[in-house]
Design a protein around this ligand. Structure first.
Ligand code: ATP
Length: 248
């Protein structure tokens, strides 16, 4: 279980990124973070992976625990070693390295007894297209393939939790569905928990079991995704539906 309690984040000493945010990601679950631009979704992921100092951001209050252990002050590579892998928005892959070299670069974080080749084979089983492209420069892959590679790099690390930021960004609906089906398989088969930030609320509510709606850095609504999908405000503001009364 990954748990955040009362988290406050301040950028550059003055800009509030999060205020009193609490949330839980139970082991093996997919939990979605929804919210408008600037609500604090990406900041939440960066606080967990400890990427905030790169942007002059700091956690000023609260705790982040993994299986009860405080991970707040750990260095980013140590957090990866504990099994928490951040797949950043914008598909961070090494564009002038091949697909396989990108996977090799992720082995620094590999733990467990699985051999390197077995880890790569697992990635290629989930994403067969990456196997066909293994000697191709990552920069020449399509956006969808780059997203697959970014997730594949996380898989090499044998994670317990993947922090997944906007995997659908800029991708066509068909490829988004394909990627989410694979994410759901990874979650089911490998029991990897996923904390998902996703602007596409429809898809987030479909694949996650629980969700939090963030506004101004804290959670204003939480619930099962079934309940959230039935909520009138969510339907209006996130799913683009207006009720019959308003349409008349
Ligand atoms: N590097 C930064 N420096 C200063 N302020 C920042 C920085 N990153 C984020 N913020 C501020 O922190 C708040 C939360 O931003 P964050 O990027 O976490 O929101 P978000 O919900 O992920 O938005 P989006 O959907 O647009 O990515 C916003 O007010 C934002 O302007």
């Amino acid at each position: 279980m990954l748990e955040i309690k009362g988290l406050e984040v301040i950028y550059q000493g003055v800009i509030q990124g999060l205020s009193d945010l609490s949330l839980k990601v139970p082991q093996g679950s997919i939990v979605a973070l929804l919210g408008a631009n600037g609500a604090g979704k990406t900041t939440t992921l960066k606080a967990i992976s400890n990427f905030l100092p790169l942007e002059d951001g700091r956690v000023t209050k609260g705790t982040i625990t993994l299986e009860g252990d405080n991970i707040l002050k750990l260095a980013p590579h140590e957090i990866v070693r504990r099994g928490v892998f951040h797949v950043r928005e914008g598909r961070y892959v090494f564009s002038d390295m091949t697909v396989e070299e990108n996977l090799i670069a992720a082995t620094f974080a590999k733990k467990g007894s699985q051999s390197r080749q077995a880890a790569f084979d697992e990635v290629y089983t989930y994403f067969p297209i990456l196997s066909q492209r293994r000697r191709q420069m990552a920069g020449y892959l399509s956006g969808g393939e780059q997203q697959m590679l970014a997730i594949g790099r996380a898989l090499v690390a044998d994670p317990r939790v993947i922090l997944l930021d906007e995997p659908s960004l800029g991708l066509a609906p068909l490829i988004v569905n394909e990627i989410f089906e694979i994410i759901a398989r990874i979650n089911r088969e490998k029991k990897v928990s996923i904390l998902l930030v996703e602007q596409n609320a429809m898809i987030a509510l479909k694949y996650a079991s629980y969700g939090y709606v963030l506004e101004s850095g804290h959670s204003v609504l939480e619930g099962t995704t079934q309940d959230l999908a039935a909520n009138k405000d969510i339907q209006k503001f996130y799913l683009g539906r207006v009720d019959e009364f308003e349409q008349a």
